[in-house]
Structures are given as structure tokens and as C-alpha cells.
Write a protein that binds this ligand. Structure first.
Ligand code: SF4
Length: 462
């Protein structure tokens, strides 16, 4: 889903580069960033905004009034790419109406995937930067008048973006990237071709960033990476479990989460560390993709239905209150009715708090692209509706069981539908919309749950 960072709510930790004048001068340039995709992309956009800000540029919340538009793209699904082309079309008309200079940059996964082909298709783009290259923005903006710029070279080493160059969208909840890239090559997934192979951020940098966030009043952090479970500190060889335990010792942070995990790399030790670390939320997103072992094999996921069930059993044994979420793909090539029913029965058995479900669509460069996409569109659609209906009923039942209880919530914003209603999440990462007589933005509050829908809980502060 498209996500536009709301600059009105940007918060800076520090901005020393701007003061020392070490960066390129982009004074008074107004920029707008449109972000597609996952939390990692959101965090990258916070870095891009921070880099531009440190050079004197100013965030804008209007496409039309900006001098520079950066689109941070997602290549995971076809739909997101289609939305990119429609946005680029709109930007072209804006540019035609504008008298002054208007630069358009495409960065991230689609930029990496299509490179010069993207420019052939959309010649009004001024620059293209891969996920490993967006930090070059200040150098290339002054040059874009003279030439089109494409920079998509991967680096094996971690490129550290300092805290000073991060404009965060929240004052209390922060993303902290710990690794990037993927070595797994699931047959449907384009990520190893856009983000490259796994590379890991040195642990001292991660811990310093979290300590600084705590000092600046942040209450919640989310460790990010394509496969955080495979984390290894490049210098000390410390693994993910030890990192989690170290992060848990940072005073001031109340809630720690991490995403994305891979069932293949999810060990009992991680579950044990979650149980024993008081700051780590009993909440986990563990993508299963399919409930059928034969489909999982064709997807090259590296685990069976039974092995996945065993992980869930172990997690629930250690943390009976854990909230689980997952990703589901329906209509992977060759998926029979029987195989699809195995996904349905797994959903019924596990009863996730939330799921993200999608119709399979072939992505460039992946192995599955060469397998006939033989599940008809209508069947995929039917299966997606069935999955979502089943899950909706499960969520209604789960949420109804919380009515009458009082839940700790971190308030991070206002409800999209009603600006008089606050919004936040509980430890289980469920959305809670609530009323309060006092101003409670960016605070922990206790909310009594009075009603619910399938996707959120509602109540009032007590
Ligand atoms: S683990 Fe699989 S689905 Fe996840 S990013 Fe890597 S290749 Fe893609």
C-alpha cells in the first residue's frame, strides 16, 4: 500500500550537519517523498528526508508545490508497480504546468529492478537510485539539469546513515534497521534481486542508535530487516538472540519488536529470549505463505507445514499470550483446491491476530516467473476472498473476547476517520481507537475496550 510520510509530524533527533555546513547546499528546496511498500522503505524514506533536511532542503506536504519529488518504490507486487506508473503519469502533468524547475527521482526496489528500462518508459524521470544508493541524493540533485542519472550499484559493506540524518515520522516509535538483503531466493520473491545479498549493520551502531532514541524519549523500537533472524554482527559474530538480549537492556525503551522473521531461521532460542526479556513484546509476524508442504516446497521456503506448526506450538508454550500475524499467498502456480484447503485449515488452527493476504502474481527475474501461472485469475480471486472472510470472522471473535478488558496502549496518532479520536497499538500490535478527555498523544494510556470490528478495537481511557 502506498504510504506518504507526513512531514508535519517529522521529528529530528539532532541536526548538527546542517549547522556545521558539511553537506551539499540545497537551501530552500522543497521536497516531497511518496513511499510504497514495507516498514524498511518507510525507514529509508525517513533517512532520505533526513539527508535532504541536513542539506538545507525543506519537507513539503504538497506534490504541486515541491521542487523535488522522490518516489521510494516497492517491487514485491505487481500492483504497487502499477501505482508507481500512475503516480509518474500524474507528476508528468504537474511538471508540464510548472514554470520553475521540478525534479522527479525514483529510488528503491523498482529503480534497482528496471534501471534504464524505467527511464525508457518514463523519460520525465530525472534520476534513478537503488536501495543502496539513495544517500547519494545531495550529490546528484545539482547535476540532474545536465544529465539523467542512474546509480544502482550494490555495495557489500554496510553504509551507515547517522542519526542526524533521520527525520522520523513519530516522536515515540522508531524503526531501527539491523540488516538488509536476502539470501533465501523464495521462488516468487524479487527481493534478493532488488536489495541484494544479506549484509549486517554492526551491533555497536545499532545499540548506540537505540540508546540515543531512548534519551530522546522514544518508547518503542522495531528492529528491521528482510530476515532479522539471520543477523550476525560483522565484527564480533554475535547472533540475533544475543543482540535481542542486549537491546533489552537499554533503559527507557518499553517495547521492542522485530520484523521480518523467517520460519526457517526461527529457533527455540529466539522464543526463549522473547519470553525472558521483559521489554520484548509478545508479538510476532511469522510469514507462512501457504499451509501446504508441497506448495511451500515449490516456493523454496525451507520448512514444512509440520515444522511451522511446531514453531507456533513452542511459541505458545513459552508465551501463551503471544499475538501472531502472517503473510499468505493464494494461487501460487500449481496450487490445487486440496493445497488451498490446507492453508484454510492452518488459519483455522492457528487463529492469527492479523494476516496480510495476496493473490500470486509473477515477478521479474524470479524462478516462479518461468513456471506457468496456471491458477486462473477468477480462482485466485475466489480463494483470496475465502481466506479474508475466514480470517475476518476469526478476528471478530478474538477481538470480541477483549471487550470489557483494560489494555495498555501507546498513542501514536489520531484515527483516520475521526480527528477527535486517538489511535495507537497495544503490545500485540493491534490497532486501538479511543477517546480521551486529556491530551494523550505520544503517551502510554490504559484503554477500556468497549467495542470492536475485525480490524480494530475501540474504547476510552480510564
Ligand atoms: S525470505 Fe523469501 S520472501 Fe522474504 S525477502 Fe527473502 S526471498 Fe523474499
Amino acid at each position: 500500500m502506498g504510504f506518504r510520510l507526513n512531514y508535519i509530524f517529522f521529528y529530528k533527533l539532532r541536526n548538527t550537519l546542517r549547522m556545521t555546513g558539511k553537506s551539499a547546499d540545497l537551501k530552500n528546496l522543497k521536497f516531497y517523498i511518496h513511499t510504497f511498500g514495507c516498514q524498511m522503505n518507510n525507514n529509508d524514506s525517513e533517512h532520505i528526508a533526513g539527508i535532504l533536511d541536513s542539506c538545507g532542503a525543506n519537507p513539503s506536504d504538497s506534490l504541486e508545490e515541491s521542487d523535488l519529488v522522490v518516489i521510494n518504490t516497492c517491487a514485491v507486487r505487481e500492483k504497487s508497480e502499477e501505482k508507481l506508473y500512475s503516480l509518474l503519469g500524474r507528476l508528468n502533468s504537474i511538471r508540464e504546468k510548472k514554470e520553475k524547475n521540478f525534479a522527479i527521482g525514483v529510488v528503491g526496489c523498482v529503480a534497482q529492478l528496471h534501471r534504464s528500462k524505467l527511464l525508457e518508459k518514463m523519460p520525465h524521470i530525472d534520476f534513478i537510485l537503488g536501495p543502496d544508493n539513495y544517500w547519494q541524493i545531495p550529490e546528484i540533485i545539482p547535476k540532474h539539469h545536465e544529465e539523467k542519472i542512474i546509480s544502482t550499484k550494490w555495495s557489500k559493506d554496510w553504509h551507515e546513515i547517522p542519526d542526524e540524518q533521520t527525520l522520523r515520522t513519530s516522536r515515540v516509535s522508531a524503526f531501527v534497521t539491523i540488516m538488509e538483503g536476502c539470501n533465501n531466493f523464495c521462488t516468487y520473491c524479487v527481493v534478493p534481486y532488488t536489495r541484494g545479498r544479506e549484509k549486517f549493520r554492526p551491533a555497536p551502531h545499532i545499540l548506540t542508535e537505540i540508546q540515543e532514541l531512548a534519551q530522546n524519549g522514544y518508547k518503542e523500537i522495531q528492529l528491521l530487516g528482510q530476515n532479522v533472524n539471520s543477523y550476525i554482527d560483522p565484527n564480533s559474530q554475535m547472533g540475533f538472540v544475543k543482540l535481542l538480549r542486549k537491546v533489552n537492556t537499554v533503559e527507557g525503551i518499553d517495547w521492542i519488536r522485530f520484523i521480518a522473521s523467517h520460519p526457517k531461521n526461527f529457533s527455540t532460542d529466539i522464543a526463549k529470549a522473547m519470553k525472558e526479556s521483559e521489554r520484548i513484546c509478545h508479538q510476532l509476524h511469522l510469514p507462512v505463505q501457504s499451509g501446504s508442504s508441497s506448495v511451500l516446497h515449490r516456493m523454496n521456503r525451507g520448512y514444512t507445514r509440520k515444522e511451522y506448526q511446531q514453531i507456533i506450538k513452542d511459541l505458545r508454550r513459552q508465551m501463551p499470550d503471544i499475538c501472531l500475524s502472517t503473510d499468505i499467498i493464494v494461487g501460487f502456480p500449481g496450487e490445487s483446491d486440496k493445497e488451498f484447503q490446507e492453508t484454510m485449515s492452518l488459519l483455522e488452527e492457528i487463529r492469527y491476530t492479523n494476516i496480510f493476504s495476496f493473490r500470486y502474481s509473477p515477478r521479474p527475474l524470479t524462478k516462479a516467473e518461468n513456471i506457468t501461472d496456471d491458477v486462473p485469475f477468477a480462482v485466485k480471486k475466489e480463494r483470496l476472498i475465502a481466506v479474508q472472510e475466514l480470517q475476518k470472522n476469526i478476528q471478530i471473535e478474538t477481538n470480541q473476547s477483549l471487550i470489557g478488558s483494560t489494555i495498555k496502549v501507546l498513542c501514536t496518532g489520531k484515527s483516520k476517520k475521526d480527528q477527535n479520536i486517538y489511535s495507537g497499538r497495544n503490545k500485540g500490535y493491534q490497532v486501538i481507537n479511543f477517546s480521551s478527555k486529556k491530551k494523550v498523544m505520544d503517551q502510554f494510556v490504559n484503554v477500556q475496550i468497549t467495542s470492536c470490528g475485525p480490524y480494530s478495537l475501540r474504547g476510552h481511557t480510564v
